[in-house]
Design a protein around this ligand. Structure first.
Ligand SMILES: C[S@@+](CC[C@H](N)C(=O)[O-])C[C@H]1O[C@@H](n2cnc3c(N)ncnc32)[C@H](O)[C@@H]1O
Length: 238
């Protein structure tokens, strides 16, 4: 029996998978991938004899497929978008594998959060501006309640996943000045990447005007405008 590898595919650009992830992809016999977000080029790069899009599959089907093939000695790769630890639902798959007695390993990936920071050409933490990053998501179809108002009182950079359809709602509930810089990054690292900048007051309308409806991150905080946010030089190279 072999292990199952949960691999982070990165945010979209197929060059942003790790060296280890790439090697496993090239050695995989069985590949299960998140079709809606993983770049097709990565799927095609793999010689796996079985390739399954997890979209529409039930958890039990996925765990059964991974278990069966791992028991047969196949190298099974479960490819998740970005980094699997963020909104990736790997824990339930790992629990299923543990119950079946199948071992597994997680290979991290570059989250879309970091691809968005790169697209915005800034830091998420910046001396004098933000020493913390809050990663969260708004309530919606798969989450009953969120903590957006209470989370937004800290002097932290805020990153919202799974919120493209809720931009007006999020920006109306954050407890920070309407002038706070905000940005929406669509498809970070993909060829059709779009960056829209504004403030808490107008970012939702700007993103709508740009036609952004899905697969984007909303980022709020002074780090988006380092020139005017009073950051100080890092001690690192003083
Ligand atoms: C199920 S979560 C997966 C996140 C993933 N594990 C990660 O680390 O990027 C999907 C959400 O991540 C965000 N997302 C994923 N890829 C993105 C990208 N390339 N650019 C911007 N946002 C992205 C969007 O908010 C999307 O609704």
């Amino acid at each position: 029996m072999t292990k199952v590898f949960f691999v982070g595919a990165g945010p979209g650009d197929p060059e942003l998978i790790t060296v280890k992830g790439q090697r496993l992809l090239e050695q995989a016999d069985i590949l299960i991938y998140t079709g809606s977000l993983v770049n097709r080029e990565l799927v095609e790069r793999s010689p796996a004899r079985v390739k399954l899009d997890s979209h529409g599959m039930k958890l039990e089907e996925m765990v059964d497929a991974m278990t069966k093939h791992a028991r047969d000695g196949a190298l099974v790769v479960r490819l998740h978008s970005g980094d699997p630890s963020l909104y990736g639902a790997i824990v339930e798959q790992m629990q299923g594998l543990s119950r079946a007695g199948v071992d597994y390993e997680v290979v991290p990936g570059v989250s879309s959060l970091f691809a968005a920071a790169a697209a915005l050409r800034t830091q998420l933490t910046l001396g004098g501006v933000a020493e913390s990053v809050i990663v969260t998501r708004p309530a919606g179809a798969t989450l009953k309640e969120d903590d957006i108002p209470s989370l937004s009182v800290h002097k932290a950079t805020m990153v919202f996943f799974l919120g493209t359809g809720h931009l007006e709602d999020i920006t109306s509930r954050v407890r920070c000045s309407p002038e706070t810089p905000a940005a929406v990054v669509y498809h970070a690292s993909w060829p059709d990447q779009q960056v829209v900048r504004g403030t808490v007051a107008d970012i939702a309308a700007r993103a709508r005007d740009a036609g952004i409806e899905r697969t984007a991150l909303l980022i709020i905080g002074g780090v988006l405008d380092p020139m005017h946010s009073g950051h100080h030089r890092s001690q690192l190279y003083s």
